[in-house]
Design a protein around this ligand. Sequence first.
Ligand code: ATP
Length: 209
Amino acid sequence: MEQPKIPQATAKRLPLYYRFIKNLSLSGKQRVSSAELSEAVKVDSATIRRDFSYFGALGKKGYGYNVNYLLSFFSQTLDQDDVIGVILIGVGNLGTAFLNYNFTKNNNTRIQMAFDVDTGKIGSTIADIPVYHLDELEERLTDDIKVAILTVPSHVAQSVTDRLAKTAIEGILNFTPARIDVPEHIRIHHIDLAVELQTLVYFLKHYPK
Ligand code: ATP
């Protein structure tokens, strides 16, 4: 099905909406108002109405949105039939936590394999995910694997990325504090947990509620 072009900021909120709508549907609810959604997902209701208008879900005043319509829209948009393969590089404390977590609530993303250079970890499996030596990266990758999660030490993040850039990988989720350069064809998202924590603490101090 042809999907409408959705602004990036809206697209980022879709998984959030989807999770909530799925739960509503499971609990047998038929409709939901933008106010209820707003309260549950902590996005203001004007934004929700604008977001939903992009995908043709027009809520009726006093009625709200049809839960089944939303559910089928989200599942078509987000649960694409083809599973997007994910790999993880760097099976340290954070990496191990991700392997155990493995995004089981998302149907179309799964970490399929992990890589490290520590011989003590290579050959093991964590939550059924095999850990291979980084030397085997290129030979293990298949075309359906598009995303790499980086949980290596910062000082090797760039060299690992340079290697990934020569494969079919299209997206990198970088959990290292390193600012990495990537070629044009790769999208990189940085998540620096230390910075996030510091920012929160700064806001608590300077903008107390
Ligand atoms: P741990 O306590 O297991 O060492 P950590 O998260 O504190 O975990 P880090 O030094 O951040 O450890 O390293 C994370 C993981 O990245 C480790 O398992 C390490 O072996 C691995 N690693 C280090 N260099 C590379 C590399 N070049 N390629 C892939 N993995 C690497």
